[in-house]
Design a protein around this ligand. Structure first.
Ligand SMILES: Cc1cc2nc3c(=O)[nH]c(=O)nc-3n(C[C@H](O)[C@H](O)[C@H](O)COP(=O)(O)O)c2cc1C
Length: 403
């Protein structure tokens, strides 16, 4: 489909570029940069890479920018290179990033997480290979993760520790403190990473939670720990700042947690003040016959539309959303409220500006910082100058080439 065809299909002003206010925070559009782990931190610290990586999307015009999963506890990292916010020393580095993002009129958001039993491995480009004793010599000693039950995900150097009530209290407090630090660091939205087989998801899934106390068993027991974390987070977060929660809507491949479980859980989340349910999937892996979610265009949209029918919290969709018209249709058809994107933005950081042009937004350059927008507007104006009309330009060039 050409840009012109896409434009003519959208007669009214595009929803994708209609500002949205959530609690006290207004995003200039509904394009959300979905969290992306970078594996570039030392001791959890954000650095220049994170500033440029996230700043690039602010230059490109996104409305809300989530930083990567950020560990609330040192042992709650996957790898030694993961980002963290488990200590006050981290705050200043994030503040530098949030100040910059805000200066470009975008909403800085943080995703807080705890990896649980998926701890103690290498990063994505090394296929999350578990750390071994040999890594100790390189200063990367393997460590023991936490989990609802002492069940491995992939065999690691240490089996995860089954969390006792003391551990549960410590992790809840870590989430609370991480929220407080995030606010100090200038973030205007906080997301709890409850998906992809990490700690909060591990409590939900019967594959990883084999407990028979108040934190296991029936779904109410398995939901208890994540919901207590939500209560801590909501209490620590000022009323005017939104809270989102990322869920794996289905365990996917080999899992057992399904859509109806997620709908029930989402209801409980919204009752506790979660403003946005961010729908992802997968990450637990087990031996049931559930398949992987097929990676078709907009592969979570069929799920998010079910949430839109059943809950009143806002719903965010991610997963192969790459076209302006596709994103606009999702919003118009009420299948989601916010459009999350990662890989297309990695490929094309200025996607929002091009999408705005495609959807017929008049002043699409305004999505860029003024020093850019000014030059580009001028370039467009120059095209209208008489001397630049084809005949005039030809004559002028002929004259100049004679000199
Ligand atoms: C480089 C990279 C890092 C990611 N890191 C995270 C993360 O930290 N937390 C998370 O919830 N999802 C993470 N994801 C998943 C994305 O947020 C997103 O849900 C997924 O890539 C699907 O959206 P897309 O098709 O627009 O890329 C990551 C994806 C990529 C490509």
């Amino acid at each position: 489909m050409t840009n012109e065809q896409q434009q003519s299909d959208v007669k009214v002003s595009p929803l994708l570029f209609t500002p949205m206010t959530i609690r006290g925070v207004t995003a200039k559009n509904r394009i959300v940069v979905s969290p992306m782990c970078q594996y570039v931190s030392e001791d959890g610290m954000p650095n220049d890479w994170n500033l440029v990586h996230l700043g690039r999307y602010a230059f490109g015009g996104a409305g809300i920018i989530y930083g990567e999963e950020t560990a609330v506890e040192e042992r709650g990292r996957k790898s030694y290179e993961c980002a963290g916010i488990w200590a006050d020393k981290h705050i200043a580095g994030y503040r530098r990033i949030t100040d910059f993002l805000k200066s470009l009129d975008t909403v800085p958001a943080i995703q807080l997480g705890h990896t649980g039993r998926k701890a103690s491995c290498r990063g994505a480009m090394e296929n999350f290979a578990p750390l071994t004793d040999e890594d100790t010599e390189k200063g990367m000693a393997p460590w023991r993760g936490l989990a609802p039950s002492a069940v491995d995900h992939v065999k690691r150097r240490f089996q995860p520790k089954e969390m006792d009530y003391g551990d549960i209290a410590v992790v809840k407090a870590s989430f609370r403190e991480a929220v407080l630090r995030s606010v100090d660091a200038g973030f205007e939205m906080v997301e709890l990473h409850g998906a992809h087989g990490y700690l909060l998801h591990q409590f939900l899934s019967p594959l990883s939670n084999l407990r028979n106390d108040a934190y296991g068993g029936y779904i109410e027991g398995r939901m208890r720990f994540p919901l207590e974390v939500v209560e801590e987070a909501r209490e620590a977060l000022p009323d005017n700042l939104p809270l989102s929660y990322r869920i794996s809507v289905v365990d996917g491949e080999g899992g057992q947690w399904g859509l109806s479980d997620s709908l029930k859980f989402a209801k409980a989340l919204e009752e506790r003040g979660v403003d946005i349910i961010d729908i992802s999937s997968g990450g637990i892996f087990g031996n049931s016959s559930l398949p992987h979610v097929p990676r078709v265009q907009g592969y979570h949209v069929n799920f998010t539309e079910r949430f839109k029918r059943k809950i009143s919290a806002l719903v965010m969709v991610v997963g192969l959303i790459t076209e302006a018209k596709q994103a606009e249709d999702i919003l118009r058809e009420n299948k989601a409220d916010l459009i999350g994107m990662s890989r297309e933005l990695m490929y094309h950081g200025d996607w929002p500006i091009h999408a705005a042009k495609t959807l017929g937004v008049d002043n699409y350059f305004a999505l860029q910082p003024e020093p850019y927008a000014f030059r580009l507007r001028k370039r467009e104006a120059d095209k209208q100058l008489v001397i630049n009309k084809p005949d005039e330009a030809k004559r002028a060039l002929e004259q100049l080439l004679e000199t």
